[in-house]
Structure formats: C-alpha cells, structure tokens
Design a protein around this ligand. Structure first.
Ligand SMILES: [Zn+2]
Length: 382
C-alpha cells in the first residue's frame, strides 16, 4: 500500500494514503458543520457552525485517527515483542493497517498480535467512557460555572469510536483481528494452518456477505446513506479474506522447500572498472541474466543489472563505471541456501527486488527471484 510518510514511532514509518485525507475532510465537515452545531444548540431551529463546533470537528477527527493509530501500534508493539519486525503503519479509508515483515510462524504469536489491537481499543473506550460520565456529572452540578458540553461531546464520540473499533475488529472473520484470533485457536488445536485459515476465511466471507446484504437492504428500504458504507466495507472484507487465504496457501507451499533447491545456479560476473556502455555491450545484451555479480576476481563487490541501470541517464553511460552504479554488497541482504522459500518471498517483498543473490561462504552461488518462485508454484499447482 502506498502513501505519504508523516512520521516515525517505535522505529515504524507512519504513512497516510489519499483516502485518509478524503475521510478526514468528510469527517471535519460532518462533525463541524452538521453534528456538533446541532448538539451545541439543541434549541435552535437552524443551528449554525461556529468556531467551537469547527474546532471540535477538527479535534474529534484527528483524535479518531489517533485512536486507530493506537490500535495499530499495539499490534505492532506485540509483533516486535515476538521478534517480528514492523515496516510501517498505513492509515487509509477504512482505518489502519500495520505491515508486519512476515506472517507469525506460531499460533501463540498470531493470537497475541491479533488480540492486542482490540484490547487497546477496549481500554481506550473504557477510559473515555468513564471520562464522559464524569464530565456529565460535573456539568450537571454546575460547580465550574462553565459549560462542559464541548468536552462531553468530544469524549462521547471518541468513546463510541473506540468501542466500535474493538467490536468490529473482534468479529470472528479472517483477516479481521477476531478472525485471526479464531484462526490462531483452530491452528493451535488442529496444528494445521491451512485448515484453520480455510475455516477462518469462510467466517470472514460470511461476515462480508452479511455486511453487503445489510448495507443493500438499508440503502434500498430506508435510503440510509450508511448502507453504502456497509456494502463497501463488506466488499473490502471479502477481497481481503480471499487474498489472505491465497497468501497463506502460498506461504505454506513455499515453506516446504529451500532456497538452495529453487535458485538458479551459476552466476555471470562483470569487472568493476569497465564503463556502463561497455558493460551493456559485452555483458548485459548477450545474456539473459537480470543481475551480474561484480567481482575483481576474488571478492564479491556488488550487483549490477537492469534495475541499477535505470537510474543512469544514457548520456553518462560512457563516463560512469560499473563500480559507481552497482548496489554494493554491504547494502544487499543476501539469501542463504538453507532459508525456506517462504522466507525468501517475504525478503523479496520487503526489499522490493526482482531477485536476490544467494550467498554461501562469502560467494554468490546463484539467484532466486519471483520467476523461480512462480515456476515452482506452477509446477506444484499442476
Ligand atoms: Zn486490529
């Protein structure tokens, strides 16, 4: 998922995508111009937006997303505790998603990571609900001499938001948090992640159908705009469930085979001190390889291929050398022949690379990329 980086917390990039801006603007409008003016002036026939209602609208929208962020950060914190890195958290139109570096390999990890988000939301809802009650009591006594209504409205909406976040995410359909908890339990009992995922995915699809059906019904019978929203979330959930299942089956298939078994053996080399033009003519054009190992005869210096060449303007092909353009070996995260192919897939995705070198005893012995994995999966499928 793409998006703009807005900050970094606990070593995790926080990003927002375009849909997030749309939803924040929509919320500021709905709350600041519609909801809050009405609730701040219950007696007025035509309540108007003022500075208070607008400030409240902005505060509520931002705190709402802070709530989503807190939920995702709790998942991420637990993932880090269980030794799984978190790349980034993206806030988007339906909430937030924490991108963890790999799927949990044990039911307990999956359970703990999945349950943390809803726990955080429940805790926030409890605190905000208590605060809301307390503010109402204080307001009713009138001892402060000022109206606490704005704060009451703010705590009320945040209480509701965190409560719904917890409730919705706890629904037992994969890949929602509740579905992941459900899968972790089935996985723990049956010791069969594929079967556990199949059942949790069915629950997720059932939930999606209910949302789509309820949304359609609301919209057609009552012309209720929320209906569209339910339907959209239902469709999103259906797709996520299918994708999640496919992903699990894929990883399971790749877990049973090693990098060494799938890699393309043998490497083409290129010397570090020839020009790019020379490299293209003598090495790149005559061969089919994607990447070449740059070596001075003994040491592995780096990699060069189409990916690196894209960054060099054609006019500089004669003046720049292979050494200047290659990705240095220190910046590469090579694969080990004993790694599982599932591991390699995750690493490829995280490195955003077409292929990665396989290194044993300091020497590149082959390459493994998406094409090798795809070939194996095709064979397996047949
Ligand atoms: Zn969650």
């Amino acid at each position: 998922m793409r998006g703009w980086r807005i900050g970094r917390i606990m070593g995790i990039d926080i990003a927002v995508d375009l849909g997030w801006f749309v939803i924040v603007l929509l919320m500021v409008y709905t709350l600041g111009f519609r909801e809050f003016p009405r609730e701040l002036n219950p007696d007025a026939l035509r309540p108007r937006a003022d500075l208070t209602s607008l400030a409240l609208g902005v505060a509520a929208s931002l705190l709402l997303f802070a709530s989503v962020l807190a939920h995702e950060l709790s998942h991420s914190w637990m993932a880090q505790q269980r030794g799984i890195g978190v790349k980034r958290i993206t806030l988007f139109i339906f909430g937030g998603v924490a991108q963890i570096a790999s799927e949990p390999d044990r039911p307990l990890s999956e359970f703990l990571i999945a349950i943390m988000g809803p726990l955080m939301s429940v805790a926030l809802a409890a605190v905000l609900g208590a605060l809301w009650l307390w503010l109402r009591i204080v307001n009713a006594t009138g001892i402060l001499g000022v109206s606490l209504t704005p704060l009451i409205l703010l705590t009320n909406i945040l209480f509701q938001v965190n409560g719904s976040l917890a409730l919705f995410n706890l629904a037992p359909g994969f890949p929602l948090d509740g579905g992941r908890v459900f899968r972790a339990l089935l996985w723990g009992i049956t010791r069969d992640i594929r079967r556990a995922t199949r059942w949790a995915t069915r629950a997720g699809k059932l939930l999606a159908l209910i949302l789509i059906g309820a949304g359609g019904w609301l919209f057609w019978t009552e012309m209720n705009g929320n209906g569209i929203w339910y339907t959209l979330i239902g469709v999103f959930l259906w797709n996520a469930a299918s994708e999640g299942y496919r992903q699990t089956v894929l990883l399971e298939t790749l877990r049973g085979v090693s990098v060494g078994q799938l890699m393309t053996r043998g490497v083409e080399t290129a010397p570090p001190d020839i020009s790019i033009a020379e490299f293209v003519d003598r090495h790149l054009l005559p061969r089919r390889d994607l990447s070449f190992v740059v070596t001075d005869g003994s040491a592995f210096l780096g990699l060069i291929g189409m990916q690196q060449l894209k960054r060099v303007p054609r006019a500089q092909w004669t003046s720049r050398r292979v050494r200047d353009v290659m990705t240095p070996s220190a910046r590469l995260q090579p694969l080990n022949p004993n790694d599982t192919a599932a591991n390699a897939l995750t690493r490829l995705a995280n490195a955003d690379a077409a292929e990665l070198p396989v290194v044993a005893a300091g020497q590149v012995i082959g390459f493994l990329g998406q094409s090798e994995l795809a070939r194996y999966l095709k064979l397996k499928g047949e």
